[in-house]
Design a protein around this ligand. Structure first.
Ligand SMILES: Cc1ncc(COP(=O)(O)O)c(C=O)c1O
Length: 367
């Protein structure tokens, strides 16, 4: 084996994730690996879980980082709550809503998919109508749809739900980049990812379960059909007093996540969110001068994920490969139905700043 790692080029990650990692987070990840039952590691995990509660806007005891990527958070949400035949309403306006449908269907749920045009948010009146027509055990939505750059109205949807409906929200792209108020919005399960606005490498999925969701898991008639993310087992390991061995978490990944969360708390979450908005506004201004437009209408645009409509005559694939090959800047292609029609530029975490915007715009202008 030649050592290929000697030649990994540092790339400015300005796509849909992973985002560029903060130097302090790289440093944290290179600290000595401790045993997973080491009291000092347990202390780190306890503090990490407290920090995650702040970013999720929750007081839920069961708030932990799962050892896996954002999709594991999605699996864990559904696999713990869904039993065969349960009615689930999924609001779908992008690739990750489609993935939710796939995950819930595989578990034997009776899924109603309420689809909205990609690039537009879930329509609250349509949601209300669907909720009047049937009653659902679970309603699920992606807060920040990374495939389109749309912000869905999580709070407003929460207000429509009945007491006994469980509410699952995907916050993979939202966490650390915009306020999340899981408790105030009535969210029962919220999951996230490490590699977007937290500016940490991919590999951990923070997740939180409300007391109602924990109760629903306890009341299941059947065992959770997946051992790895069975919350009853993970609770005993991560947040119970007993710390019963379950699996060996990726220790250094958890150091990275710890540092990433600490970075946000030290800067101040409100300031971090404001920095994302400022970078986005600057981006929109600069974009106009390049003659590009955004896919999403202004009130529903995500600051951290900008979907740009590819102008007539521009070869978006050549643009992306020139940016990467010659300028070492990565931006992302469109996914699914939007492939070839949009490119996606992420202003996430460490790179949510004016200098980063200027560097990408200047490279795009020259190319
Ligand atoms: C909104 C959303 N949900 C879920 C996922 C899946 O996360 P991962 O790719 O980390 O498994 C992503 C990844 O981009 C995402 O953007």
């Amino acid at each position: 084996m030649n050592n290929l790692l000697d030649r990994v080029q540092s790339t400015m990650l300005m796509g849909a994730g992973p985002s560029s990692v903060a130097p302090s987070t790289y440093h944290a990840m290179s600290q000595p690996t401790l045993g997973h039952m080491d009291p000092y590691f347990i202390r780190i995990m306890d503090e990490l879980m407290a920090g995650l509660r702040v970013l999720f806007g929750t007081e839920n005891t069961l708030t932990i980082p799962l050892s896996g990527t954002g999709s594991l958070g999605m699996e864990a949400s559904f696999v713990n709550l869904v039993e065969q035949g349960d009615k689930v309403l999924i609001l779908q306006n992008g690739v990750f809503g489609v993935r939710m449908v796939e995950v819930a269907t595989r578990l034997g749920a009776q899924v109603t998919e309420l689809a909205f045009e990609w690039g537009t948010p879930a329509d609250i009146e349509e949601v209300e109508k669907a909720l009047r027509q049937d009653s659902f055990k679970i309603v699920a939505v992606v807060m920040a749809e990374t495939s389109t750059g749309v912000l869905n109205p999580v709070k407003e949807i929460g207000e429509l739900l009945k007491e006994d409906t469980l509410y699952i929200v995907d916050a993979v792209t939202a966490i650390g980049g915009m306020p999340i108020e899981a408790d105030r919005w009535g969210v029962d399960v919220c999951y996230a990812g490490s590699q977007k606005c937290l500016s940490c490498p991919p590999g951990a999925s923070p997740i939180t379960f409300s007391p109602r969701a924990v109760e629903a898991i306890k009341k299941r008639k059947t065992k959770v059909p997946n051992w790895y993310v069975d919350m009853t087992l993970l609770t005993e390991y991560m947040s119970g007093g007993k710390r019963v061995y379950h699996h060996t978490p990726p220790i250094n990944m958890m150091y990275g996540l710890y540092q990433a969360v600490l970075n946000i708390l030290e800067e101040g979450p409100a300031k971090v969110f404001e920095r994302h908005v400022k970078a986005h506004k600057h981006w929109v201004e600069q974009l106009g001068s390049l003659g590009w437009t955004l896919l999403v209408d202004e009130p529903y645009r995500l600051p951290m994920l900008n979907a740009l409509v590819v102008p007539e005559g521009v070869d978006e694939s050549a643009l992306r490969s020139t940016l990467l090959g010659e300028r070492h800047i990565e931006i992302s292609a469109g996914l699914g139905a939007l492939a070839g029609k949009i490119v996606r530029v992420g202003l996430m975490g460490y790179n949510a700043k004016i200098e980063s915007v200027d560097r990408v715009v200047s490279a795009m202008r020259q190319i």
